[in-house]
Write a protein that binds this ligand. Sequence first.
Ligand code: CA
Length: 115
Amino acid sequence: MASSRSGVEFRDFFPSMVEKLGAEGFLDELCNGFRLLMDSEKRVITFESLKRNSAAVLGLKGMGDEELMCMMKEGDLDGDGSLNQMEFCVLMFRLSPDLMKGSRMWLEEVMKNKM
Ligand SMILES: [Ca+2]
């Protein structure tokens, strides 16, 4: 995958989280992150909800508008201008290349069970 890292700086702390939490625990954390960031009425992440809530989420703190916008653009697979839970999780994995390398198998396993 030619990842255009379009200015998105992301501290790659996921691999150590997976070590600590295990695959399932980690996915729960991702879902938690999603809930923290989403617009509580629309149940998806919009640019506004991302901007409003990003300070609460480890790793997103201090991101500027442009970076958040890039994240939205990169994560929005179906082009509806918002991120649903699946899009968010996929994006998080794409932002963590190391995790991506090591995680294909367990990720698929966990996704099958959970989603
Ligand atoms: Ca979308």
